[in-house]
Design a protein around this ligand. Structure first.
Ligand code: SAH
Ligand code: SF4
Length: 377
């Protein structure tokens, strides 16, 4: 399921691919770096801003590439810790990119540490029963250019809020691939996008500050372990036994724990870094103390960090978070055994929860308003 736009997004080009396109046109390769410098470092918003390029080259670029394949529809800045950018792709698909602000040290009040949560697909095919992103299935994969464009749009928005020194690149601290979609189901576009984000000719953003979250596509986890760029990995576990996990995550039928956990081990051994196990607490589903003990054993065995996330309710779905006392009891079982565990109780303050909340709501509202205007016209 791919979308073929009229023009290639420039944000999906690598230095090499751009050099090759320029060479085909008889241009000098150094032009590629100049162009990418305008895009990522000087944040040019139009081809005419690129004043050191000949006019003919600018016209060709304009006819060949979309400088920015995602337009900003809405920037929902809230007094709370999250901002949401609603972006529209060229086929009118909508995605949300979230900016989550947190204190630098995790406890202060400055909220200057910024994590950006990006999407990799429009919708999701994995069908996890608790998740809003998968409610309407998969519409399509995002291209590498559309994935990178989300981060560039965040840069634009942040540049407007806080004028920055020209040489400064990304104005955020971490990237989490936890928005809409299963990133490892769109593997090639994901890796191409993150390569562009990481490259010195791109956003120059460190791979170790990028976390990819997956529902557990085992062969792709093993492939990711072999990627030269050392991204961090988070696993949406949400069940500590096959019985519980299969009930809420259909992916567990194809890749049960006996396959998933060794793949996670392979990844962490290869990278020498702790993997994070995400565990949403859903009342009456996975919040028993037996699940806590089994999760503890898995985390100790894998030497993994556990992130407990009280479930955020989704319109139309029956699930809810357990009582605070149960959340604490659950966390305590892990903590007492020396597992590195975090539990955030404030609604929406957890990164995975904030990202996992993405809905197609606006898309539905837009469809509704279109239906209304069609009826009234
Ligand atoms: N598809 C990937 C990444 C996107 S989901 C994955 O599943 O890992 C990002 C995180 O948000 C996942 O851990 C997901 O399980 C979680 N999530 C989804 N819906 C949620 C909800 N309503 N409340 C809290 N977390 C949720
Ligand atoms: Fe897809 Fe992740 Fe939601 Fe599951 S939790 S439906 S994999 S986005």
């Amino acid at each position: 399921m791919k979308f073929n736009p009229a023009k290639r997004p420039l944000t999906g080009e690598t230095l090499q691919s751009l050099e090759a396109s320029l060479a085909d046109r008889g241009e000098k390769p150094f032009r590629a770096r100049q162009i990418l410098d305008w895009v990522y470092k000087k944040r040019a918003r139009s081809w005419d801003d690129m004043t050191n390029l000949p006019k003919a080259l600018r016209s060709w670029l304009d006819a060949t590439f979309a400088l920015m394949p995602a337009s900003l529809v809405l920037n929902r800045h809230s007094a709370d810790v999250t901002d949401k950018l609603l972006l529209e792709m060229e086929d009118r698909s909508l995605i949300e990119t979230v900016i989550i602000r947190a204190p630098q040290d995790g406890v202060g009040v400055d909220h200057s540490r910024k994590t950006i949560c990006i999407s990799t697909q429009v919708g999701c095919a994995m069908g996890c029963v608790f998740c809003a992103s998968g409610l309407e299935g998969l519409k399509r994969d995002l291209s590498a250019g559309e994935i990178v464009a989300q981060l560039l749009q965040v840069c634009y928005a942040e540049d407007e809020r806080t004028p920055r020194a020209r040489a400064e690149l990304a104005s955020f601290d971490n990237i989490v691939v936890m928005g809409m979609g299963e990133p490892l189901a769109n593997y090639d576009a994901l890796i191409r996008a993150l390569t562009i984000v990481n490259a010195e000719w791109g956003l120059g953003f460190g791979a170790r500050r990028i976390t990819v979250s997956t529902s557990g596509l085992v062969p792709k986890i093993i492939r990711l372990a072999d990627e030269p760029l050392g991204f961090r990995l988070a696993i949406s576990l949400h069940g500590a036994t096959d019985e519980v996990r299969t009930r809420i995550m259909p992916v567990n039928k194809a890749y049960p724990l006996a396959k998933l956990l060794p793949a996670v081990r392979t990844f962490s051994e290869r990278h020498g870094r702790m993997v994070t196990l995400e565990f949403i607490l859903i009342e009456g589903v996975n919040d028993s103390l037996d699940q806590a003990r089994r999760l503890r054993d898995i985390a100790l065995d894998l030497h993994a960090h556990v992130n407990l996330i009280p479930y955020n309710t989704v319109d139309g779905l029956p699930w809810k978070r357990p009582e605070v006392a149960r959340q604490a009891e659950f966390a305590d079982i892990l903590d007492r055994s020396g597992v590195s565990v975090t539990l955030r109780r404030e609604k929406g303050h957890d990164i995975a929860a904030a990202c996992g909340q993405l809905r197609l709501k606006t898309e539905r509202e837009r469809d509704d308003s279109r239906a209304v205007s069609e009826v009234s016209s």
